[in-house]
Design a protein around this ligand. Structure first.
Ligand SMILES: C[S@@+](CC[C@H](N)C(=O)[O-])C[C@H]1O[C@@H](n2cnc3c(N)ncnc32)[C@H](O)[C@@H]1O
Ligand code: SF4
Length: 408
């Protein structure tokens, strides 16, 4: 349905969202080159005409922050100090670091920041220098997540990456020296990538000692440049078995190096280095997404901004909500999402949580749990109310396990 022009949130969602942590996401939709596999809302353009360019982003984001603050206040929503802030993209570091800090400071002046808040920006390994990182650290950022993807030049080329393998240890070291937590993103299953090449990337990543590593299986979305190349037969995709072997290798090498999984694709050195912001999404808390195409959620109401930077800018200048549409989730949809997200986390879900609002009879659920346990996909089901947690085999087949545990 269309989103309200004044950004107000319905009273039921305001109530449902009260008492939950509040996180902020800022989407910076700019990249120097669009990678062939990427389906995020991002543009390899610096200038959209009508005065919209990389340098106008900060003022627009600040205007949306003011709008968000008034909309939350006018809705009667409880505003708690920010639990986490995440600048994602695109490539947030395409805009000046001083602008990222300015946006952060404005958000903190409006909402406050909880004492242990995590403040992250994503960065491409060739999009920051030592001075940028220093500015971010001094400006209140606590963490940088670098898009490493691979340590193998051939694989980086297939992925259209602009950086070289030696960019990564350099930027991770600068961030560590500036006192920031660090994370690197890896992608496995690029067309033609061998298991040995994937092992090389994993070993390189752990040798830089980041606090956190994400290992994503490549998803080829319809409509991307890579999807077209695969369809034309120019590139081959690895099959599911090869992908599974790559995940198992990641779990082993990361585990041996001291990184434990806490979400199917995310590994950290300990509990304190898990990503607070990612966990906020998986726990479906409240968050406001600032910027073109950004998504927001408050107590079961979701809305998303217009995608194009020019359309976004026009709405902001007219002082109307940049939201394009919104939806209010039914209890069934909320339960479905909860199970989809929470089962991916190491803590899993209790049997009672899985049951939802009695959508599945206790007997039915217990039978399914016992069957999944026999298949070696989940563990720890007795006694009643204990947690259902994915095994290593279950992590490989997480979506299928989730489907089994949802009401038909
Ligand atoms: C939104 S991107 C932004 C990071 C940054 N621009 C970069 O690429 O270095 C965040 C991460 O999502 C992952 N990602 C993006 N597209 C993906 C895809 N199609 N399949 C799997 N992972 C993907 C990449 O690991 C990337 O680092
Ligand atoms: S640099 Fe990151 S956000 Fe930009 S196109 Fe590549 S993967 Fe997507």
């Amino acid at each position: 349905m269309p989103a309200p022009g004044d950004g107000l949130i319905g009273s039921e969602s305001v109530q449902a969202g009260s008492g939950k942590p509040f996180s902020l996401y800022v989407h910076v939709p700019y990249c120097s080159v669009r990678c062939g596999y990427c389906d995020f809302n991002t543009y390899a353009q610096d200038d959209f005409g009508d005065g919209v360019n990389l340098n106008t982003f900060a003022d627009e984001a600040i205007a949306e922050l003011d709008f968000a603050h008034s909309a939350l206040q006018n809705s009667g929503a409880e505003i708690t100090p920010l639990h986490s802030v995440f600048f994602g993209g695109g490539t947030p570091t395409r805009i000046p670091s001083t602008d990222l800090v300015r946006i952060l400071h404005h958000a903190v002046s409006l909402f406050g920041l909880s004492s242990h808040a995590e403040v992250t920006t994503e960065a491409n390994p060739d999009s920051v220098d030592e001075e940028d990182i220093q500015i971010l650290a001094e400006g209140g950022f606590t963490r940088i997540s670098f898009g490493m993807q691979s340590a193998v030049p051939r694989v980086l080329k297939i992925l259209d990456r602009t950086h070289t393998p030696d960019n990564v240890p350099k930027v991770v070291r600068w961030a560590q020296q500036a006192g920031l937590q660090t994370s690197v993103d890896l992608i496995y299953g690029a067309p033609g990538e061998t298991l040995a090449e994937w092992e090389q990337s994993l070993r390189a990543a752990v040798s830089y000692h980041p606090d956190h590593i994400s290992a994503y299986s490549l998803i080829v979305e319809e409509g991307t440049k890579m999807w077209a190349r695969i369809r034309r037969g120019e590139l081959d995709m690895p099959d599911d078995d090869a992908m599974a072997d790559m995940y198992l290798l990641a779990d082993r090498i990361l585990g041996e190096a001291g990184y434990q999984w806490y979400e199917v694709s995310n590994f950290s050195t300990d509990i304190s280095t898990r990503s607070t912001h990612n966990l906020a999404y998986w726990h479906n808390v409240n968050w406001w997404g600032i910027g073109p195409g950004a998504h927001s959620h408050w107590g079961g109401t979701r809305w998303w901004n217009v995608k194009h930077p020019l359309a976004y800018s026009q709405r902001i200048r007219q002082q109307i909500s940049p939201a394009q549409a919104c939806e209010v989730l039914t209890p069934n949809q909320q339960h479905f999402e909860d199970v989809m997200l929470r089962l991916r986390i190491r803590e899993g879900m209790t049997v009672r949580e899985l049951q939802g609002q009695n959508q599945m009879s206790e007997d039915q659920l217990h039978q399914k749990i016992q069957w999944l346990e026999k298949q070696g996909l989940i563990e720890a089901v007795e006694p009643l109310n204990s947690r259902v947690v994915l095994t290593l085999k279950g992590r490989l087949l997480g979506d299928a396990v989730t489907r089994e545990l949802l009401p038909e």
